[in-house]
Ligand binder design. Structure first.
Ligand code: AMP
Length: 224
């Protein structure tokens, strides 16, 4: 099963994609992580993407598409995965459909996690992440037990450069202008599931699972 998780930055798509992956035993394919890995390894592509990421803009679609197609070509994605952060533009959505179709596959469902804009700004500007295991924290809503340290692994917490306030505003603008049209794209294909993301993490996760359940009874049962 191939699922796309859509949502503005701060809507909780990474967290929800992660929960969904564990529940359905599917790999988590996050384009932002692929960009950050390329940046950490200082590859040519990573260095090219750096300036876009720091400005809160989308990187070149061609790079994103190539990275994703390479990732889903690996054996663990042969029967499905959960996409997080990809597609981000109509061009990317069409490229993904085309590539899957060539393999006789298709996106099964797209889950759009909807959160009001004021809430997104509040969430993003307090977000800190463990450098080691990537667990997210929030200075107000979900602070770590010891300031600056991860509860799970003791790793150092850091704020992503693109979570700084001016970049957050740019990332939200980019989302509403360039990514939101994809919601309609999947709606027209009859694949969209819209979820109220303005709830707690577990409540949102339950809503997603119950909305997907009718389409994947076997998968959910197997993982219970
Ligand atoms: P994310 O972690 O998904 O918020 O992504 C972090 C940054 O990586 C974005 O602000 C973009 O600069 C870049 N990025 C991630 N996914 C894509 C994509 N599908 N297309 C273009 N740029 C992307």
């Amino acid at each position: 099963m191939y699922i796309v998780v859509l949502g503005a930055p701060g809507a909780g798509k990474g967290t929800q994609a992660d929960i969904l992956c564990r529940k359905l035993n599917l790999p988590h394919v996050a384009s932002g992580d692929l960009f950050r890995q390329a940046l950490e390894k200082k590859t040519e592509l990573g260095l090219l993407a750096k300036s876009y990421m720091e400005r809160g803009e989308l990187g070149p679609s061609e790079i994103a598409i190539n990275m994703i197609l390479e990732r889903i070509g690996l054996a663990d994605c042969a029967s499905g995965c959960v996409f997080d952060g990809f597609p981000r533009t109509l061009e990317q959505a069409e490229a993904l459909d085309k590539a899957l179709m060539e393999e006789g596959k298709s996106i099964d469902k797209s889950v759009y996690i909807r959160v009001p804009q004021e809430e997104l700004i509040k969430r993003l500007s307090g977000r800190w992440i463990c450098r080691n295991c990537q667990t997210p924290y929030h200075l107000v809503a979900a602070p770590p037990r010891v300031a600056g340290k991860c509860d799970k692994c003791g790793g150092e917490l850091y704020q992503r450069t693109d979570d700084k306030e001016e970049t957050v505003i740019e990332r939200l603008k980019v989302f509403f202008e360039q990514t939101l049209p994809i919601v309609d794209y999947y709606k027209k294909q009859g694949k969209l599931i819209e979820i109220n993301g303005n709830l707690g993490i577990q409540d949102v996760a339950e809503e997603i699972i119950s909305a997907l359940k009718p389409f994947m009874i076997a998968d959910v049962k197997n993982s219970d």
